[in-house]
Design a protein around this ligand. Structure first.
Ligand code: 13P
Ligand code: SF4
Length: 331
């Protein structure tokens, strides 16, 4: 066990050799039954992980599942803040994350001690934080939100309620426009969603004039202004199913295209190009998870995500508030 813990410190995951003759999908399914485990996966995961998940979803859907699952073990194929959220909602369960180094640049852009100082400057404001943040930051918040309910959560509060919104300035600005409210924004952003090239997207749109351009609200405002539709990953997926267009230019992490393609295989999905030489818009953190790491983490019950009891207690309230408002609004 100690050797594994040292390995986790350095590598972030269990790097035990795996018999190459094993069928990992079968083995993972066996481990799920044996351990009464549920595998939750975000839409940005590798297709082979999405395909063996018990539930695939956006951040809101995943936290709703984490809150209601009856499994003893939650294996979270996603990033660290998502596994933490699952632990906060189900503290009695074991929560496993295949690679502890699966972090988030947006979460990193808002250190809790600096946010606490920022909050002190606005004593008559409440703090709404996007779920892409640490458990410590959630513990400093009044309500948590995700990209699929941020507008409705802000709208559900009295008009004269003053609000600080963090850590994503792009989502915050989008909410500000949609609600007409003057939110105080923390200056954070996601490295994947800030990388799209307006110029290369405009070029693509002239090549595919009938294509719909769809974007996640973590994208920069100039890009959002040009979008035909803006939504969370689940919202984007739904739009591609319901909209009659047969071609979509998709400005978010490319993992979502797997589900879009599965739902409507006759349609064409073009990942929006980033402004660097790299031809892809993969999240380097989401893509740290592999089938091998999922297998090893289920076999060895490591790495486990745990949190101090006081953080769980304080971070739970703002998440539960979000879930309650979402349930009331039918989201
Ligand atoms: P949603 O799945 O809630 O749209 O969030 C996207 C994201 O960036 C998760 O890291
Ligand atoms: Fe974080 Fe951006 Fe990756 Fe989502 S896509 S996990 S916000 S770095």
């Amino acid at each position: 066990m100690n050797a594994y813990l040292t390995e986790l410190d350095t590598k972030g995951y269990i790097d035990e050799p795996i018999d190459p003759t094993l069928d990992l999908v079968d083995e993972i399914n066996k481990l799920k039954k044996e351990k009464n485990a549920v595998l939750l996966a975000h839409y940005y995961q590798e297709p082979e992980i999405q395909d063996i998940a018990d539930y695939i979803g956006d951040s809101l859907g995943l936290s709703q599942q984490a809150a209601k699952t009856e499994a003893d073990v939650i294996v979270f194929a996603g990033v660290h803040f998502m596994a933490e959220t699952a632990k906060i909602l189900s503290p009695q369960k074991k929560v496993l994350l295949p690679d502890l180094k699966a972090g988030c640049s947006l979460s990193d852009s808002c250190p809790p001690h600096l946010f606490a100082k920022f909050k002190e400057q606005y004593p008559d404001h409440i703090a709404i934080t996007y779920v892409n943040c640490t458990a410590e930051l959630k513990a400093l918040s009044d309500i948590v939100c995700t990209s699929s309910n941020a507008v409705q959560i802000v709208d559900s509060l009295p008009r004269d309620q003053k609000i600080i919104f963090g850590p994503d300035k792009n989502l915050g600005d989008y909410v500000r426009k949609k609600t007409g409210r003057d939110l105080v924004l923390w200056n954070g952003a996601c490295m994947v969603h800030e990388l799209f090239s307006q110029e290369r997207i405009a070029q693509l749109r002239s090549e595919y004039p009938h294509a719909k351009f769809i974007a996640h609200p973590e994208c920069e405002k100039e890009l959002l202004e040009a979008a035909d539709y803006i939504g969370s990953t689940a919202g984007l997926l739904k739009y591609t199913q319901e909209n009659p267009s047969d071609t979509f230019i998709v400005a978010t992490e490319s993992g979502i295209i797997h589900q879009m393609q599965k739902a409507t295989p006759w349609k064409t999905f073009i990942p929006a190009p980033p402004n660097n030489a790299c031809a892809c818009n993969d999240c380097p953190y989401m893509k740290l998870n592999t089938l091998e790491k999922v297998y090893n983490c289920m076999k060895f019950d490591l790495p486990e995500v745990d949190l101090p009891a006081d953080i769980i207690a304080r971070a739970k309230q703002p998440i539960v508030r979000m879930l309650e408002i979402s349930a009331r609004l039918g989201l």
